[in-house]
Design a protein around this ligand. Structure first.
Ligand SMILES: *[C@@H]1O[C@H](CO)[C@@H](O)[C@H](O)[C@H]1NC(C)=O
Ligand SMILES: *[C@@H]1O[C@H](CO)[C@@H](O)[C@H](O)[C@H]1NC(C)=O
Ligand SMILES: *[C@@H]1O[C@H](CO)[C@@H](O)[C@H](O)[C@H]1NC(C)=O
Length: 261
C-alpha cells in the first residue's frame, strides 16, 4: 500500500467517484432508497430516523422525501453542506419541524415543489424562500403559523399554489401576497382570520381558487371590498360562514356570500 504513489490513489479515487456518480447514483444513497420513477431520480428517505439532512446522497438526486423523520429544525444552509443544490422537489411531512432558519433553503434555485405540511412551524422569516425563484407549489398546511410576514410570499415569478390552511393565521394584508403573477390557488381555510380590507384579485390577476372556510369572519362593512372582489370573480371554492354579527352566525354560504352588506 505504502508503495503506491499518492497521485495514483487520487486518480483512482476520482475515477471511482466519477463512475459511481454518473452511472450508478443509486449507490450514493445513505440509508434511503433511491430509485428512478418515470425518468426522475428519487430518494425516499421517509421514516429512516434521521435528525438532520444526511450527507452522502448523490447530487444527481432531484426529488427527496424526508417525511416522518424527527428533524425538529432546518438549519441555515443545510442543503449547501449536504451538497444537494439541484433539487426539484422536497417533502417534509410530519418532521416535527419547529425551528426554521431563514437560510434553510438558501441557494435551492431549482426547487419547484416544497411540502412542509404537518409540522409545528410557528414562524417564517420574510426571506425564507428568497432564493427559490422557480418555486411553483408550496404547502405549509397543518402548522402553527400565526403571522405571514410581509415579503414572505412576494416576487415569486412561477408560484401557482400556496396552501397555508390549518394554521393560526390572524391577519392578512394587502402585501401578504405580492407580485405573484401566476398564482392561481390559495388555501387559507381553518385559520383565525376575522377581516380583510382589500381587493385580492387586483393584486393577483391569475387567482381563480380561494378557500377561506372555517375562519371566524366578522361580516361587517370592513370586509366589503374583499368580499365584493371574491364574489365578482367567483373565487370562493368552499361554503364559508360568518362568526359575527350574531344574526349571520352559523349561516353557511349565503350569509357570507350573498347577505353580507
Ligand atoms: C416513500 O416511501 C413511503 C413508504 O414506503 C411511501 O408512502 C411514499 O409515498 C414514498 N415517497 C415517494 C416520494 O415515493
Ligand atoms: C410521524 O413521524 C414519526 C417519526 O418521527 C412516526 O413515528 C409517526 O408514525 C409519524 N406519523 C404519521 C401519522 O405518519
Ligand atoms: C419585490 O420586487 C419589488 C420590485 O422589484 C421590490 O421593490 C421589492 O423590494 C421586492 N420585495 C422583496 C421582499 O424582495
Amino acid at each position: 500500500m505504502s508503495r503506491i504513489p499518492f497521485w495514483i490513489l487520487v486518480l483512482w479515487a476520482s475515477f471511482i467517484r466519477y463512475t459511481v456518480s454518473d452511472s450508478d447514483w443509486t449507490k450514493e444513497c445513505n440509508i434511503c432508497s433511491c430509485i428512478w420513477v418515470s425518468g426522475r431520480r428519487i430518494a425516499n428517505c421517509s421514516n429512516k430516523g434521521f435528525n438532520r439532512i444526511p450527507n452522502g446522497l448523490s447530487n444527481l438526486v432531484r426529488e427527496i422525501d424526508f417525511s416522518n423523520n424527527a428533524l425538529y429544525s432546518l438549519a441555515d444552509g443545510e442543503f449547501i453542506s449536504a451538497n444537494l443544490l439541484d433539487i426539484h422537489k422536497l417533502k417534509f411531512q410530519n418532521c416535527s419541524i419547529e425551528l426554521f432558519y431563514e437560510g434553510a433553503f438558501r441557494r435551492l434555485a431549482l426547487i419547484i415543489e416544497l411540502d412542509l405540511s404537518r409540522n409545528s412551524i410557528a414562524e417564517l422569516k420574510s426571506n425564507t424562500f428568497r432564493d427559490n425563484v422557480k418555486l411553483r407549489i408550496l404547502s405549509l398546511s397543518y402548522n402553527r403559523i400565526k403571522t405571514l410576514e410581509e415579503g414572505l410570499f412576494s416576487n415569486m415569478s412561477f408560484v401557482q399554489r400556496i396552501h397555508v390552511d390549518h394554521n393560526e393565521i390572524e391577519h392578512i394584508s394587502e402585501n401578504t401576497f405580492y407580485n405573484l403573477p401566476l398564482l392561481t390557488d390559495i388555501n387559507l381555510g381553518y385559520n383565525k382570520l376575522k377581516t380583510a380590507a382589500f381587493d385580492l384579485k387586483e393584486k393577483l390577476p391569475k387567482l381563480n381558487s380561494l378557500n377561506v372556510e372555517e375562519n371566524p369572519w366578522i361580516c361587517d362593512c370592513r370586509l366589503g371590498l374583499f368580499h365584493q372582489s371574491l364574489m365578482k370573480n367567483n373565487l370562493i371554492t368552499h361554503a364559508t360562514k360568518c362568526e359575527k354579527p350574531p344574526k349571520f352566525k352559523g349561516q353557511r354560504g349565503k350569509a357570507f356570500l350573498v347577505r353580507l352588506l
